[in-house]
Design a protein around this ligand. Structure first.
Ligand code: SF4
Length: 326
C-alpha cells in the first residue's frame, strides 16, 4: 500500500495549485532561483515550455509519468511565472483554460474525499451527500453561467437548501471553471533569471505567431471591417458574445478562408466555450455556406461599428483591394 506521503505526492503531481502542491513547495523549499538553475529541475523547465506551447496551441499537456512531485509542481510554477512575466491577459486566459482542462482530465475519476478537499482549496462551498455534491448557489451561479448547455441553468437544476446538487462529473466540471479562474491571473513577478526570461521570450514569440497566423488566414486584404475587429477583440478578451454576434463572426471568418478548426479555436477563449456545441455550430454554418448578415441588419442588431458605406462586411476587403489596385 502506498505511504500517505506517496499518495500526497501523487495528488501534488495532478493538482499543483492545491494544498498538496503547497506542501511540496514548502518541503522542497522551492525558490525562483531553483526553478531557473537547479539541474534536477531541468525536466520542469522543459515541461513548463510544453505546457505553455499546448496552452497557446489549444491542446492539453498532462505532464510526464516520470516526473517526481517536485518536478510536477515546479513545472506548473515555472509556467505560471512566465505567464505573469508576459502579462498578456489573452495568454492568461489560454493558460487558465489549459489548466482547467488538464484538471478535468485528471480529476474525472478522483476519490470523492479528494474532490471535496479540492473544492475547499478552490474556495467553492460544497457539501457531499452520498453520490451528490451540493454547491452553494453563490458559488454555483458565476461558475455554471459560463458552461454551455441547458442542464446548467438553474431552472433545470436540482436546487435544495440553497445548494445546487450535481453528480461527480458535474461537480468536476464546476471545479474546472474554478481552476480556470484560479490560474488565469498570474501576478507579474518582475524581472526573471535569464533561463526563465528566455523561456518567456519563446512563449511570447509563440503567442505573436498565433496572432499573425490568424491575421494571415483572414484572407481579407485591407484587414477586417470594424464590426469584425470589435467582435474579434471581445472574443479574444474572453467576453461571451451573443448568439447573433457569434454567428456573424463565424460566418464572416469562414467566408474569408478560415478553416472550421481555426474558428472553433478562436472561440476557446469564451468563458462558456463547449467544444461539442461550438464544433456543431461552426460546422453547421460552414456546411450551409451562410454569409454574414448585411450591414443594415448588423446596424439594427447594434453590431455595426462604423459607417463604411458598404452593404456587407465582406465588401470591406474587396473595396481595399480595388483602392490598392488603382
Ligand atoms: S458598415 Fe458594415 S462593415 Fe462597416 S462596421 Fe458597419 S456592419 Fe461592419
Amino acid at each position: 500500500m502506498a505511504s500517505p506521503w506517496a499518495r500526497r505526492g501523487g495528488l501534488a503531481w495532478k493538482y499543483p495549485f492545491s494544498r498538496w502542491g503547497r506542501e511540496v513547495v514548502e518541503a522542497a523549499g522551492l525558490e525562483i532561483s531553483d526553478l531557473a538553475y537547479d539541474p534536477l529541475l531541468e525536466p520542469a523547465r522543459r515541461g513548463a515550455r510544453r505546457r505553455l506551447a499546448a496552452a497557446v496551441g489549444g491542446r492539453v499537456y498532462l505532464g510526464e509519468g516520470s516526473w517526481t512531485p517536485e518536478v510536477a509542481v515546479a513545472s506548473y510554477l515555472t509556467a505560471r511565472l512566465i505567464v505573469g512575466r508576459i502579462s498578456d491577459p489573452y495568454l492568461g486566459r489560454l493558460f487558465g483554460e489549459h489548466e482547467g482542462k488538464r484538471f478535468y482530465a485528471l480529476a474525472s475519476d478522483e476519490d470523492p474525499d479528494v474532490l471535496s478537499s479540492l473544492a475547499d482549496d478552490l474556495e467553492v462551498d460544497s457539501e457531499r451527500d452520498g453520490l451528490l455534491w451540493g454547491v452553494a448557489l453563490a458559488d454555483y451561479l458565476p461558475l455554471a453561467r459560463r458552461i454551455s448547455g441547458s442542464r446548467w441553468r438553474l431552472v433545470n437544476a436540482d436546487v435544495r437548501r440553497g445548494r445546487v446538487w450535481v453528480r461527480r462529473r458535474g461537480f468536476v466540471r464546476i471545479l474546472q471553471e474554478a481552476v480556470r479562474d484560479r490560474t488565469s491571473e498570474a501576478p507579474d513577478p518582475g524581472p526573471l533569471p535569464p533561463p526563465l526570461d528566455e523561456a518567456a521570450a519563446d512563449v511570447a514569440a509563440m503567442l505573436r505567431e498565433r496572432s499573425a497566423r490568424a491575421r494571415r488566414k483572414s484572407g481579407a486584404p485591407g484587414g477586417f471591417p470594424p464590426c469584425v475587429v470589435d467582435l474579434l477583440d471581445r472574443v479574444r478578451r474572453g467576453e461571451n458574445l451573443s448568439h447573433l454576434e457569434r454567428f456573424t463572426l463565424a460566418a464572416y471568418l469562414l467566408r474569408v478562408g478560415w478553416s472550421e478548426g481555426e474558428v472553433i479555436d478562436l472561440f476557446r477563449a469564451s468563458p462558456d466555450f463547449n467544444e461539442r456545441v461550438a464544433s456543431y455550430q461552426v460546422r453547421h454554418i460552414a456546411s450551409k455556406g451562410y454569409s454574414p448578415p448585411g450591414c443594415e441588419r448588423l446596424r439594427e442588431w447594434g453590431i455595426c461599428r462604423a459607417d463604411c458605406g458598404l452593404r456587407s462586411p465582406l465588401q470591406f476587403g474587396r473595396r481595399a483591394r480595388k483602392v490598392e489596385g488603382r
